[in-house]
Design a protein around this ligand. Structure first.
Ligand code: ADP
Ligand code: ZN
Ligand code: ZN
Length: 724
């Protein structure tokens, strides 16, 4: 016997499609269906017919897989779609992201990016090609996966392969099997830690509740939540630990393993298809007891989830701006609510949204005031670059002040480790010609090209466009005019090597060290004291623990404050606190030197006084006055098109038709700060509403009558973090 069911497909639709299925099929079953001549993996979202189709028009499902999504996961998918104004099908696609889990055949040949660019291959920019390239930036895929994942035809992929942009790779070996867990009894929590753990453990019995685990850097937050996780393991249930992607290095994993006696399952963009499939299945079958992963792990089909932990919960990388825009920390709270389980947000610098939720009594807090083992909080010294101006050396321009150099020297002499932080990759953020004033710009974006000297390349950090650094100015032909402007981490490393030729210096930045393994290697060398001075970008700020690191230098504290971004101050404060938090985590006291041109600014003052409360208070006041999050709601609408004229008209048309309503404000339209991105022009509109207004409903009613031309693309970003 068969019946009609509604199948949701991993495609940009909100509605189900009708199919015939065997009688025993239930809601949540994962099925294979023929959709427009292509085989698609979908999920039964509904029993019974949706459309008024004749029986002859309804196709049977081709296969029923032995996986069933739980009702709670389906509710979660729908909730995420509605809140973020994304098609349900695309959210489902994130859940079904391990195609291999449903494959019984041998894994297909996988392809990866060769490093050759479109320009080098003399291929034109096209949306379809970019979608394939973007997809492969995360992990290797087979041809059919690329067709599905990027929504392109086989022709596009063949062209990329034939022109050497994609290359074949061998399928890698899978991870070893899990081992049973053993509790490591060596760890004994301090009184303060135990109190926090008791509170979290009590929460396990109480269904949904949110706890902010609020503790200074090095206070043992990780130990506290791991202790809580252990309780859940005793009940044979599952724990999900979300971490910022880059924090997922071997250091964290080794620590976990030491504590529990087994490696947790992992989920991040660098997994290959086999690992993905294996992990997905293990999660669905309650074999994976602990899963630690980046934000997308939130969409895994846990069989018996009992606790979610969001580590470094303030981190902005939890916000995804990709196929579906969502804030993983916020969605994690939603998932916990739907699953009726506790969630822990762990951080030393909670975001304002969380702070306000605590104040309103929605979240409880567990506080750790002291660093473990009486380690002291680092001393912070601000260096005014106007007074202590970096002096030119034999090698040219310099970026490090005398005070910082003296401190570095002293630290080297003492045999202790130092770290320099600059949140800018590459050698120099801009190249200009001193003879004609030309600035080297990306041909696809309104952005300068960053010089990566070690690779002899200029790279656009927005679209990935890469070209060889020219010897002569492309505008005037001058052979001596081209000059690098400003520093990136590579340039700081160059200066440090000139100043301290005997020191062991290394750079850690997401492009020079692109794989987890490479990053872990550098971190391992730092742990073993094989590095004297480590220089890096924000990779350095997250979670690492180096006992012999006693000096941290922030090369340019003003960098994050230049933009007019809503969260610029908050994020700079968090970043600088986190970076500072790396110093002096063991017996030896740490010192942090912060270079700035504006020692008076409120972020630095708060940092200096170690006064988070005061900073948060001032920020809150400002946001409250302007009705900005968390006191008001925001959504961005980004229009893009190759047709500049039509784009501008559409943007103004959209602004004009917004229905008038009190408590709803529109800013824009305005050309986006990055006016051209990947060869398309962009306009932005920012919608602001009172907190009491449902911003999604406002947008829905507004866009109903938009009738935008098909060549103009509209993207909605609810709770935006990026305003570029
Ligand atoms: P946080 O996550 O708050 O920054 P961590 O959990 O990383 O702090 O703790 C800092 C360091 O102190 C780590 O090396 C950790 O292993 C150690 N530590 C913290 N609490 C304890 C404890 N109760 N017993 C032993 N070591 C501890
Ligand atoms: Zn020139
Ligand atoms: Zn670009």
């Amino acid at each position: 016997m068969t019946k009609t069911v509604g199948v949701m497909l991993p495609l940009p639709f909100n509605d189900v499609f009708d199919y015939f299925a065997p009688d025993e099929v239930k809601k949540g079953d994962v099925v294979l269906v023929n959709f427009g001549g292509q085989m698609q993996i979908g999920v039964v979202f509904k029993l019974g017919a949706s459309a008024n189709l004749e029986n002859t028009k309804i196709k049977p499902v081709s296969k029923v897989f032995p996986f069933r999504l739980k009702e709670s996961l389906i509710d979660f998918i729908k909730w995420v779609a509605k809140y973020n104004m994304a098609p349900v099908g695309l959210v489902l696609k994130m859940v079904l992201s391990a195609k291999g889990a449903f494959d019984d055949e041998k894994a297909n040949v996988l392809y990866r990016l060769s490093g050759k660019t479109l320009a080098e291959a003399k291929l034109k920019n096209s949306d379809a090609r970019w979608r394939v390239i973007d997809l492969l930036k995360h992990a290797p895929y087979s041809k059919s996966e690329m067709m599905q994942g990027a929504g392109v035809g086989l022709g596009v992929i063949k062209t990329l392969i034939e022109n050497g942009i994609l290359e074949q790779m061998n399928v890698q070996k899978e991870t070893p099997d899990e081992t049973p867990f053993i509790e490591n009894s060596e760890i004994c929590l301090t009184d303060e830690q135990q109190k926090a753990a008791d509170m979290l453990i009590a929460g396990i019995q109480c269904g949904f509740n949110v706890t902010l685990l609020d503790g200074v850097t090095g206070s043992g937050k990780t130990e506290v939540y791991l202790k809580t996780a252990l309780e859940v393991l005793h009940q044979n249930k599952q724990v999900l630990i979300l971490v910022p992607e880059i924090a997922l290095t071997t250091q964290w994993l080794e620590r976990f393993e030491k504590r529990f006696g087994f490696k947790p399952y992992q989920w991040h963009s660098a997994l290959n298809q086999t690992e993905r499939a294996k992990t997905w299945k293990a999660v669905a079958q309650n074999k994976a007891k602990v899963l630690v992963g980046a934000r997308s792990a939130l969409f895994l089909p846990f069989e018996n989830l009992a606790l979610i932990v969001v580590d470094e919960s303030h981190d902005q990388t939890f916000k995804q701006e990709d196929m579906v825009n969502y804030q993983a920390r916020d969605m994690a709270v939603v998932r916990a609510k739907i699953e009726n389980i506790p969630i822990v947000l762990s951080t030393a610098t909670p975001d304002l949204e969380t702070v306000v939720n605590v104040e309103e009594g929605k979240y409880q807090t567990a506080v750790l005031k002291n660093r473990y083992a009486n380690a002291l909080m680092p001393e912070i010294k601000v260096i005014d670059l106007k007074k202590d101006k970096p002096q030119r050396g034999d090698w040219g321009t310099s970026w490090l002040s005398k005070a910082l150099c003296d401190a570095l020297k002293e630290n080297l002499d003492k045999g202790e480790q130092s770290m320099l932080f600059l949140n800018r990759r590459g050698y120099a953020p801009l190249m200009i010609c001193r003879d004609c004033g030309a600035r080297l710009q990306c041909p696809n974006c309104t952005a300068w090209l960053t010089e990566h000297r070690s690779q002899r390349k200029l790279i656009c950090h927005h679209c990935g466009y890469t070209t060889t650094t020219p010897d002569i100015c492309p505008d005037c032909g001058s052979a001596t005019g081209l000059t690098a402007c400003g520093p990136g981490v590579e340039r700081i490393a160059e200066e440090v090597k000139f100043r301290f030729p005997l020191a062991k210096v290394e750079v850690l930045s997401s492009d020079t060290t692109s794989s987890f393994k490479a990053i872990s290697d550098v971190i391992g060398r730092m742990e073993r004291k094989e590095i004297d001075i480590l220089i890096g970008t924000q990779i350095l700020a997250k979670g690492h623990h180096f006992p012999m690191l006693t000096l941290v230098g922030v090369v340019d504290a003003d960098l994050g404050l230049m933009g007019s971004d809503l969260r610029a101050k908050e994020q700079t404060f968090q970043l600088l606190s986190q970076v500072s938090g790396r110093a002096g985590r063991a017996e030896k006291k740490g010192t942090v030197y912060v270079q700035t041109l504006y020692p008076e600014n409120s972020v630095l003052k708060a940092l200096l006084k170690n006064d988070r409360e005061e900073f948060v208070k001032a920020e809150k006041k400002e946001r409250q006055m302007l009705c900005l999050p968390p006191y008001g709601k925001l959504a961005s609408l980004i229009l893009s098109s190759q047709n500049e004229d039509l784009l501008e008209k559409s943007a103004h048309h959209l602004a004009k038709i917004l229905p008038l309503q009190s408590g709803v404000f529109l800013l824009g339209p305005a050309p986006a700060p990055i006016y051209m991105l990947r060869g398309k022009y962009r306009y932005r509109l920012l919608l602001k509403t009172l907190k009491t207004i449902n911003i999604q409903t406002v947008i829905k009613n507004w866009l109903k009558n938009a009738n935008l031309p098909s060549s103009v693309r509209l993207e909605v970003d609810v709770d935006p973090y990026s305003f570029m």
